[in-house]
Design a protein around this ligand. Structure first.
Ligand SMILES: [Mn+2]
Length: 250
């Protein structure tokens, strides 16, 4: 629920839900954002739209920080890639920057914590997913529940990667350049604006603030900014990237 005024504690004792866009190893910016929203782990919940690692400079420190404050995540495509590389099921790419996690002394703790996160979750009455929802899913939480992050699956692939699709959920071969009709942004096929969906994964589109939608990937790793949305106050907070850590990619 979105309301104004002084937030009250919800039934789990949470004061505020602070949703954050794609961090991608931008640990210092995440620290800055927590400071900017006056985050208190004892009262506030940090909810991440995923892609917390890779491409940026500090994947391991990002995971340690998120874990230490009890952050609630949904898995993104880069998180899945890290888990699969770590498990040996997939080869790393030259553009990967999560070697600090693979070499970390606390690697198993970090990876175990990450692997336990779901693909979709409800927080503050909002549905959180990394990339988007399939037009035919009546109950996205159920569609994505219990699926193994180490095993490729059409549903988890869709939820962590979609940008454009058709009314039947068919995805184009690529998103660049933007595909023509019948492909549309996935959220244009939603039949209701409830619940509000909070997502990331689409830095090229940037901030999306529409009824029933909050798209929070504002391209921090590309030199943009890291964005938080505080649900109870319906307020956005941004922290500029210290620099562009990457210049091209997805
Ligand atoms: Mn992504």
């Amino acid at each position: 629920m979105i309301c104004s005024g002084v937030p009250e504690l919800d039934e789990t004792g949470t004061r505020r839900h602070v949703f954050v866009g794609d961090v991608q190893g931008c640990w210092r910016e995440l620290e800055g954002l927590l400071e900017a929203v006056d985050f208190e782990a004892a009262h506030d919940a940090l909810v991440s739209v995923g892609d917390v690692v890779n491409r940026g400079p500090d994947s391991a420190e990002t995971l340690r920080l998120l874990r230490s404050i009890g952050a609630r995540l949904v898995l993104g495509n880069h998180d899945l890639h890290l888990l699969r590389v770590a498990e040996g099921g997939r080869r790393p790419r030259s553009s990967d920057t999560f070697g600090d996690v693979l070499d970390a002394e606390d690697r198993e703790e970090l990876l175990t914590w990450l692997a336990a996160q779901p693909f979709a979750r409800m927080e503050a009455g909002c549905l959180v997913v990394h990339a988007g929802l399939h037009p035919k899913w009546e109950d996205p939480i159920a569609e994505l529940a219990g699926l193994d992050p180490l095993e490729p699956h059409p549903a988890t692939d869709f939820a962590t990667r979609v940008r454009f699709c058709t009314a039947k959920g068919k995805r184009p071969k690529g998103d660049v350049p933007p595909p023509k009709k019948p492909f549309r942004p996935w959220y244009e096929f939603r039949e209701s604006t409830k619940p509000t969906v909070v997502f990331g994964h689409w830095a090229a589109r940037g901030l999306v603030v529409e009824k029933g939608l909050r798209g929070l990937d504002t391209g921090c790793v590309w030199g943009g900014r890291l964005t938080a949305w505080i649900a109870e106050e319906d307020r956005l907070v941004h922290v500029d990237a210290r620099r562009a850590y990457q210049s091209v990619g997805d």
